[in-house]
Design a protein around this ligand. Sequence first.
Ligand code: NAG
Ligand code: NAG
Ligand code: NAG
Ligand code: NAG
Ligand code: NAG
Ligand code: NAG
Ligand code: NAG
Ligand code: NAG
Length: 581
Amino acid sequence: MRITSLLVVPWIATQVLLARAAVPNCPYQGPAFAKPKQLAKSAVMQAALANLTSIINAWEVAPANNPSTATWSVQIFAASDEVALWEHHHASATLNMTINGNTIYRIGSITKVFTVLTFLIEAGDKYWNLPVIDFIPELATIVKTDVSDRDPVMNVDWAHVTVGALASQMAGVVKDYGTMGELTQVVDEVTLRGQGFPPVSTQYIPVCGEFIHCTRKQLFHGLQNVPPSWGPSQSPGYSDLGYALVAYALETIANKNFTVMLHEDIINPLGMTHTYYTTPPRNVTGIVVPVGNGYGWTFDLGQARPTGNMYSSVNDIATFGRAIFNHKLITGALTRRWFKPAGLTSAINDGIGYPWGVRRIPMGNGNQGHRVVDAFIKSGNINQYASLLVMIPDYDVGIVILMAGGMAPNANWDLADAIGATLLPALEETARLESHMMFAGTYEDTTTNLNSSITLSTDPTRPGLGIDRWISNGTDMYWFAIQYTLGYQPASPSIRLYPTGLEAVVNGTAVTSYKAVIEDLAAPSRSNRTFSTDCGSWTMQSAVLYADMPLDQFIFTFSKDGKNVTSIKPLSLRADLAKIS
Ligand SMILES: *[C@@H]1O[C@H](CO)[C@@H](O)[C@H](O)[C@H]1NC(C)=O
Ligand SMILES: *[C@@H]1O[C@H](CO)[C@@H](O)[C@H](O)[C@H]1NC(C)=O
Ligand SMILES: *[C@@H]1O[C@H](CO)[C@@H](O)[C@H](O)[C@H]1NC(C)=O
Ligand SMILES: *[C@@H]1O[C@H](CO)[C@@H](O)[C@H](O)[C@H]1NC(C)=O
Ligand SMILES: *[C@@H]1O[C@H](CO)[C@@H](O)[C@H](O)[C@H]1NC(C)=O
Ligand SMILES: *[C@@H]1O[C@H](CO)[C@@H](O)[C@H](O)[C@H]1NC(C)=O
Ligand SMILES: *[C@@H]1O[C@H](CO)[C@@H](O)[C@H](O)[C@H]1NC(C)=O
Ligand SMILES: *[C@@H]1O[C@H](CO)[C@@H](O)[C@H](O)[C@H]1NC(C)=O
């Protein structure tokens, strides 16, 4: 950092903010505002949710979206609210039953989220980088056998496939074994011959899979035949098989039965009474079996259960989602690691996680151009059932969609997109308005007689809390903060505060910290550059300290009832400034 001519006469920063900006604000990754806590009461949310009802009503009457056999349940839930923010249920014309939040559907691959969470509860993520052969003896045996015959083009390099790679679709192994896509299981030999498939040695024809479940022994025997798709950690490649292996590895690590762990760690403690690992008994009320068993209700995945066999309701999935956001089953630190990408896909806004699909959603143009909301998503499809779970940690809000009965392909995604376009802007605006009520205003030194104050505001076109004016002991601290951080005075400086998520109760009083981004909005845009960026705020955090305390860090103190902010402390300046308006 260069510090030049601190002797230049300071000017009032607010005048400068009127200058035309060349680059958008660059917030820290993560929420732009404190997570909203009063979503149900927000007028903006109520308007958005009313709009959603019109949107889904219009969606529902489009014949392409709504074949006569289709049934669905949709719910939007928030960690701060035990009651659903919004829900919608649709019963098919042929289904003679009432559909509600407790109606049970197959959830398909949302099961993978349960499998990974069971792993995290039992073992944490410290096993992610260990080879799976340490925990699955059959795979260790494959590695040891016929070493000379094993080449990396035709044989999976099990010795280097990690548990985490399997849990995040990065193992480079086949999608399934013996089921879903294995032609010899579902098409007869004569037909296959007629279609140009040659006769093959019976050793390559799975003896189990779609109709007869593979035993554990048969599965690992068969896995010796299949080639790798890629080497470990080369490229994302969806693999249902991976989650069956993750569950086997966990059984070794925890020395417990996976089914038992799933129930004891998640389903029972959360009271998910409408959630099942295998087909619910027929006497359970409220299950969706559209038109008899023709829709694959009872089809069991056998050894592949940990990848997609579960049944649940939107109420139960919402309970599950809230427990994740509220850190009920694993720690906050582990949860935050879980909500990070494990890899990238070829789509610029997409990544993968454990087992999430990650979607980076740009929240706007102009001043908001660098505000991105990251969503962690798992979709499912099994027979005639489709599902989707969207988790949005920036707001601790989720969407769950469960569908049955011959929906149009991607109906789960289409519905989520229709909801998201209205929901996300409303969540951001609600968060801003809550933060405005809570934090905006003037704070002054009322204990000593120093001329020290800070004025904060929000702006619907910008992320975070803006510092409009910052005086310390009669000097323009806004000017000095810019000068010490950037080394010069730009035509359009900006200081905005973002929540760190750090919260504590000190002497019975709640406190939280915010981190500032001090930036030059008049800097030339780098949006088309090859390597450089105009959004590198994260590299500048804590760049300037005064006597151990960062200049960019601020502590807010709340009233005893937690409803108001009483003061702000710029950490480096050691002064508590009371909120006076
Ligand atoms: C609701 O829909 C109306 C009409 O399309 C639109 O003008 C308004 O901005 C929407 N409000 C919210 C909060 O989505
Ligand atoms: C629907 O269920 C009700 C109650 O079980 C029954 O009385 C009615 O006859 C059923 N209707 C049809 C069309 O099956
Ligand atoms: C695990 O527990 C379930 C439920 O009790 C049981 O059905 C299953 O056979 C057990 N699996 C093994 C491998 O013991
Ligand atoms: C439902 O059936 C199962 C056996 O399939 C039985 O164990 C259970 O008690 C029954 N529940 C009710 C409420 O009848
Ligand atoms: C305030 O500024 C005066 C004048 O520079 C200085 O003497 C005094 O120590 C300062 N007090 C505090 C608490 O910063
Ligand atoms: C406090 O300091 C600011 C910045 O130097 C100055 O503009 C303002 O007039 C001062 N206020 C009082 C009451 O002295
Ligand atoms: C808590 O209160 C006690 C007694 O008033 C005080 O001595 C102590 O410094 C306070 N702790 C903090 C962290 O403010
Ligand atoms: C980026 O490049 C595109 C296409 O060349 C151009 O239209 C656009 O104006 C450029 N944007 C900036 C900010 O330079």
